[in-house]
Design a protein around this ligand. Structure first.
Ligand SMILES: Cc1cc2nc3c(=O)[nH]c(=O)nc-3n(C[C@H](O)[C@H](O)[C@H](O)COP(=O)(O)OP(=O)(O)OC[C@H]3O[C@@H](n4cnc5c(N)ncnc54)[C@H](O)[C@@H]3O)c2cc1C
Length: 404
């Protein structure tokens, strides 16, 4: 365990930049391992985490060309019960099933094709008759062409989970007598053992207000913001891009409750749409994927979501629309995270630096496994299975290792 007290020692064992779902999960795992932790964020849980529907859907989210991710998403889904159970109070974790439905014949063909891919990977996707699907969800629309049941795809409420993680960290900090766990401020850059060498050991974080947090280990978990930090190792390329999503929240009037008891995902004339029912009588309706650079809620996107959701469940027209939100998912060229240590020229990993970003569509699902992988790295180990997600795989660092 590194020293964290004394005049010249670090302020904390681990500094985590970013208090989204990923940074909070990493901070909690580090705290549970006996380390002191400082999380730096001007707006905790206000990024993509604030928007996310919280589907934990390794099976229905399996995409062609993204099969490399499946081992990681399945591993994280398996960790969820213990992860949620480690937190006092509600997390919004619900092990309800996911129903996948198609609208027209082309949607049915596309979902049947996808099922073949899912079956090839040993995943359970059970075809249901529409009648059977309707026996579970009586408010499903009359125009559906097919239905499948996925028992394994569950949900969590990311806002509730993020609040539970913050409460757990605050309680732990107080219990352990730390001076504080959360620093509300924007990280500006990395501090290095040799200020003239950005590939030397990372020793802390400099904030935009000029203050510093000295740490034995720094974890960059600030989503799209990671690539903008000063002092990143020379040659490290973090090719993050914003993929905006519009998402709606609706309240179900008493006479229609429960609108749904399971998550319903649909393909409507080729466009994906989903409805996630929450325990509090609201539903989450999402989500668009836009790369138009606009952080504002899109009128066209909102229209499309409401139109297509009514094909799945016509009673959506009777709900109260109380929130429209848009946020950016942190996308990468291969849609996989940038997760792990970074090699210096010559091949050895740079001490004190871990990157955990680029979680794109899956950050809520992947938070527990990201935390577990970071814990392994902090402990000095590395699980070779996850080397393919190293953050330096797109970089120009002459490590001698092969890169895509
Ligand atoms: C509409 C929508 C629906 C989604 N649905 C799902 C879903 O159903 N299931 C799922 O698994 N995923 C879903 N996602 C994806 C998921 O939200 C993201 O993958 C996840 O939130 C990424 O978490 P994160 O902690 O890396 O990033 P974020 O949640 O974006 O958090 C990053 C944090 O870093 C902070 N930050 C940024 N720069 C700095 C800086 N310089 N200094 C300090 N702090 C900084 C920000 O304030 C923010 O709090 C969805 C995303 C969207 C947009």
């Amino acid at each position: 365990m590194p020293e964290h007290s004394g005049a010249l020692g670090p302020d904390t064992d681990v500094a985590v930049v970013g208090a989204g779902i990923v940074g909070l999960a990493i901070a909690w795992e580090a705290a549970r391992s006996g380390r002191t932790v400082r999380v730096i964020d001007p707006d905790p849980a206000g990024g993509a985490t604030y928007a996310a529907a919280g589907m934990l859907a390794p099976v229905s989210e399996l995409h062609y060309q993204e099969e490399e991710l499946l081992e990681l998403t399945l591993a994280s889904a398996r960790l969820y019960p213990e992860f949620a159970g480690s937190l006092a109070g509600p997390t919004g974790y619900r092990a309800t099933r996911t129903l996948v439905v198609g609208a027209d014949a082309a949607d049915r063909a596309a979902l049947a094709d996808l099922r073949q891919l899912q079956l090839r990977h040993g995943l359970a996707v059970e075809p249901f008759t529409i009648r059977r699907a309707r026996s579970l969800e009586p408010l499903l629309g009359p125009q559906l062409s097919c239905a499948f049941s996925i028992e394994q795809d569950h949900q969590v409420d990311p806002r509730v989970l993020a609040a539970a993680l913050q409460s757990a960290l605050a309680a732990h900090a107080e219990q352990q007598g730390w001076t504080g766990w959360l620093q509300r401020g924007r990280a500006a850059g990395l501090l290095h053992a040799d200020p003239a060498d950005s590939t030397s050991a990372v020793t802390g974080v400099e904030l935009a207000d000029g203050s510093m947090v000295r740490a034995a280990e720094v974890v960059l978990a600030n989503g799209l913001g990671a690539a903008r930090l000063a002092g990143l190792p020379q040659g490290l390329r973090l090719p993050l891009r914003p993929v905006y999503g519009d998402i709606l929240r609706l309240r179900v009037p008493q006479h229609l409750r429960p609108l749904l008891t399971n998550t319903v995902r649909g393909l409507v004339r080729g466009l994906p749409v989903y409805l996630v029912p929450r325990e509090d009588g609201t539903v989450v309706l999402g989500a668009t994927q836009r790369e138009d650079g606009s952080a504002a809620v899109s009128a066209g996107g909102t229209y499309q979501l409401l139109r297509d959701a009514q094909v799945l469940v016509p009673a959506v027209a009777e709900l109260e629309l109380f929130e429209t939100t848009a946020r950016a998912r942190p996308g990468t060229p291969d849609n996989a995270p940038l997760l792990g240590r970074v090699a210096a020229p010559g091949g050895a990993d740079i001490p004190g630096l871990i990157v955990a970003t680029g979680f794109f569509r899956h950050g809520v699902l992947l938070a527990p496994v990201a935390a577990q992988i970071c814990r392994g790295l902090l402990d000095g180990g590395a699980d070779g299975r996850w080397d393919r997600f190293r953050p330096d795989r797109f970089s120009l660092i002459p490590t001698g290792k092969s890169q895509p």
